[in-house]
Design a protein around this ligand. Sequence first.
Ligand code: ATP
Length: 357
Amino acid sequence: MTALVSDSVLELDHVTRRYGGTTAVDDLSLSVADGEFFTLVGPSGCGKTTTLRLIAGFEEPTTGTVRFGGTDVAGVPPEDRNVGVVFQNYALFSHMTVGENVAYGLNFAEPPGGVSDEQRVAELLELVDLPDTQARDPSSLSGGQRQRVAIARALAPGPDVLLLDEPMSALDAKLRERLRVQVREIQQELDITTVYVTHDQEEALAVSDRVAVLNEGRAEQVATPRDIYHRPESRFVAEFIGDNNVFEGAVQAVNGDTATVAVSGETLSVDIGDWSESSVSVGDRLTFCVRPEELGVDSGSTRLTAKVTSAEFLGETTRVRLDWLGQELMLRTRETLDGDVTVGFDPKDARVIECRE
Ligand code: ATP
């Protein structure tokens, strides 16, 4: 679990939320720094939306504490938390113009910066790259444009924290990619602390400063996108984020930085890197992973003979699935593969996830 950082604007301290017999959020501790783009990612039902609702104040923890700027916000209603929230569906009012929708976000409060309501609306529509759309009807906008209006509305009163719950789930793939770049740009321009919920691991890696991977209400890992991808700390993270090949076996020998591991009766060499020699011993169960892009045909010093079971042409590369002694492996290649192949990896490209006695 990460330590709570001192400049955090937002903290969850051992927060649990139960609904009857269901534990939606389970002893979750997180801390989000000022100006950070922090993403909650995980499979359906892992507690992402509940966590966001606990932050927004739509829900209260069963146990544990939510703090804003170090202050416990138990009992503080959403409207007094100074958060802007954007949900999955645009939730724009169809009987109002775009400008009226954004102005509604001010909720009768004075716009920040001493400007008029009209100036504030114009400035926000400029920010979300929809200038001069005040008089338009929301139904005349595309899905991505409507979601940008919803973001402008959430930002209208100048919130301290922006909360986004799967704001792109209703959009098609190309639009999602474009909008996520725009959301990141808006966040950086305002330097606003943002908590973003998505089930899409690629989106999480693409936009965030840090990512929390949730599983069954708990944080499996909280780290930068690079560390989440390259240094997964659990099998769940290794398999949920991107494609991966996970191996598990008994350590047969340890020699400096290299361990030899018996997996399915074969001996594989693995670099144990920053896992010191003393923490990996002969007889231990070692779990490690090798990304599909690190697995090559006739390459690397750790070799495996496998059989091609399927190939998916993805444009840039082909994702090939292989059967290796009953275990499925994945490989990314530009070559056309068929039948029996010898694949391999460099021991230093293997990443140790876990070592148990
Ligand atoms: P999804 O990606 O499908 O939206 P999620 O990760 O956001 O999922 P949550 O919506 O937070 O997950 O739900 C976590 C768990 O808590 C689920 O098992 C869900 O059924 C349960 N849950 C959430 N809200 C309630 C509620 N109001 N009453 C009962 N159970 C709930």
